[in-house]
Design a protein around this ligand. Structure first.
Ligand SMILES: [Zn+2]
Length: 373
């Protein structure tokens, strides 16, 4: 802890640089710069680094530390270096420190998490502590847009690992995340038939009204009592009031607490039938991130809580409706603990910030976990 406290200025310097290199998911050049920035930091601290380029998403980074330790499966530190903030946000939302908080685009979600990971490794090196197993550190370039580009690589890394520590921000009060809901999205398009509402109303098939009736069916699939919720967030349809609309579409967000419910809701949505015999339904999408169930986190959380106690940090656990790459690794049955990054508020919001005094404590906790599990 003493070492971690002594490093705070350095950590903030690194965090500032990382935030000021903006890295929105879609901006390949900037994501590549961000990947290069962390690769350099990893190499500087004895990491053997592989940069994995991608034609559209930007590069991922895979680093290995203490690779010489034989016989043990590695611990995987998992993070992402993309953010939800567009290029240029830094001009209206600059990195700044005020009242013990550091603000800026992506500062909490999750550049500070990457800084925590880096300093956990640096702390162990500085103190001459060799962990039980090698440490792999994977940076995903497109987590904020559903982790399409490197999902297979993440899953392959996870399968090799003994445990996955996800550096997403902590839940409120610094709690670690032991459960995450599964996340899905469906696009439902209704194809009807257009017609003149005055001269030929019977010839039309109203796609808007068909969609409205389908939405009521879809909403009935929700089981909020057990964490299955649906939100029809976007609808489009129709052109003019005097035209029977031939097309309408809806986008539906789905959250599930249980993996089985993800499969159930997929099956039910896909098997929707048109109510009007002249309408046709086109259904796309599905559950993208399976639920991260507590079973995969329980042991790791117990260890983290005990290590926290020794460090004077009281740790709670939390479940969240948001997904992360931890959903993928937990679904493979690999022990996964999430929320090990910084403590703060406002991820994806303009007041996004971290609590600076918590940073050394999180690094110490992470270092202790990495060294002992
Ligand atoms: Zn994140």
């Amino acid at each position: 802890m003493k070492y971690c406290r002594s490093q705070l200025t350095e950590m903030l310097r690194c965090l500032r640089e990382a935030v000021e290199i903006e890295s929105p998911s879609g901006s390949k050049a900037n994501i590549d710069r961000m990947a290069a920035f962390f690769s350099t930091e990893f190499r500087r601290h004895k990491g053997s680094v592989e940069v994995l380029p991608h034609p559209s998403a930007g590069a991922a980074v895979c680093a290995e530390f203490w690779g010489g330790i034989g016989g043990q499966k590695p611990v995987l530190l998992l993070g992402h270096h993309d953010t939800v903030w567009d290029l240029g946000t830094i001009r209206t939302m600059p990195f700044r420190v005020r009242n013990g908080r550091a603000y800026g685009p992506g500062v909490l979600d999750m550049k500070s998490g990457l800084v925590c990971g880096l300093w956990a490794i640096r702390a162990l090196q500085a103190l001459g502590v060799e962990p039980r197993s090698p440490v792999h550190f994977f940076l995903n370039p497109d987590e904020e847009v559903s982790s399409v580009a490197f999902r297979d690589t993440i899953e392959a890394e996870a399968k090799r690992a003994r445990a996955v520590l996800v550096l997403e921000p902590a839940a409120a009060g610094g709690a670690l995340k032991t459960e995450r809901k599964g996340v899905g999205e469906f696009q439902i398009t209704v194809h009807g038939r257009s017609a003149h509402t005055g001269t030929n109303p019977d010839a039309g098939v109203n796609a808007v009204s068909e969609l409205a009736r389908q939405i009521l069916r879809i909403e009935k699939l929700a089981r909020p009592g057990r964490g299955l919720t649906l939100n029809v967030g976007v609808i489009h349809g129709g052109t003019r009031s005097n035209v029977i609309p031939e097309r309408a579409s809806a986008t539906v967000d789905v959250r599930v607490s249980r993996r089985g419910d993800g499969e159930l809701v997929e099956r039910k949505v896909r098997s929707l039938e048109p109510i009007h015999p002249g309408a046709r339904l086109e259904i796309r999408g599905g559950v993208n991130r399976p639920a991260m169930e507590r079973a995969q986190a329980a042991n790791l959380f117990r260890q983290a809580r005990e290590l926290g106690r020794q460090l004077g940090i009281k740790l709670n656990e939390a479940s969240t409706g948001g997904g992360s790459d931890g959903n993928f690794t937990a679904a493979l049955g690999i022990p996964t603990l999430d929320g090990l990054g910084a403590v703060g508020e406002g991820a994806h919001a303009r007041h996004e910030h971290i609590l600076i005094r918590q940073l050394p404590r999180r690094v110490a906790l992470l270092a202790a976990l990495v060294a002992t599990i």
